[in-house]
Every structure is written in structure tokens, then in C-alpha cells.
Write a protein that binds this ligand. Structure first.
Ligand code: FES
Length: 87
């Protein structure tokens, strides 16, 4: 589990181990555009402001993944205790 903070919305929540970031965003009532929901299309990409993403998608380039600045919220998670997104 980790804390998900949404900078622009001023919201935060705990994301349980069995929950996706996408599910947490929907639980908070945030509209998120998605398509594949399997980490393939990149539609759900969000900007990471702080924290370290644990990438589980196959969309971001190796360089984008390594930079830790973007995340596909439908499948990826957080390596650390807190992840802050530009949402
Ligand atoms: Fe396709 Fe997340 S919805 S990568």
C-alpha cells in the first residue's frame, strides 16, 4: 500500500495492494481517460511530480520509464510510500 497524492485536485488516498491507481482515482471521483487498461495504449498517462513509479506498463519508452516523470495509472504502482501526481 502507498499514499497517492493529487497535487492539482488537492486529494489524497491510500492505494491498497489489491487496488490500481486507476481504481483509486475513480473512487475519488476523478475522471480519467483510459482505453486498454492493460498498460499498452498510454491513454491514461499522468505526470509524476514526486515519488518513484513502479512501472508495469509496456507503453513508456525505456528512457521515459527511467526518468520516473510519467506513469500509466491503469497498471503501474509506487515503489515508495508516497506518489504525487499532476492530477
Ligand atoms: Fe492504456 Fe492505461 S489505459 S495504458
Amino acid at each position: 500500500p502507498f499514499t497517492l497524492r493529487l497535487q492539482r485536485s488537492g486529494l489524497s488516498t491510500e492505494v491498497a495492494s489489491h487496488e490500481t491507481i486507476l481504481a483509486a482515482l475513480r473512487r475519488l471521483g476523478l475522471p480519467v481517460r483510459t482505453s486498454c487498461e492493460q498498460g499498452i495504449c498510454g491513454t491514461c498517462e499522468a505526470r509524476v511530480l514526486s515519488g518513484t513509479p513502479e512501472h508495469r506498463d509496456s507503453y513508456l519508452s525505456e528512457e521515459e520509464s527511467r526518468s520516473g516523470r510519467k506513469i500509466c495509472v491503469c497498471v503501474s504502482r509506487s515503489k515508495g510510500r508516497e506518489l504525487v501526481l499532476d492530477l
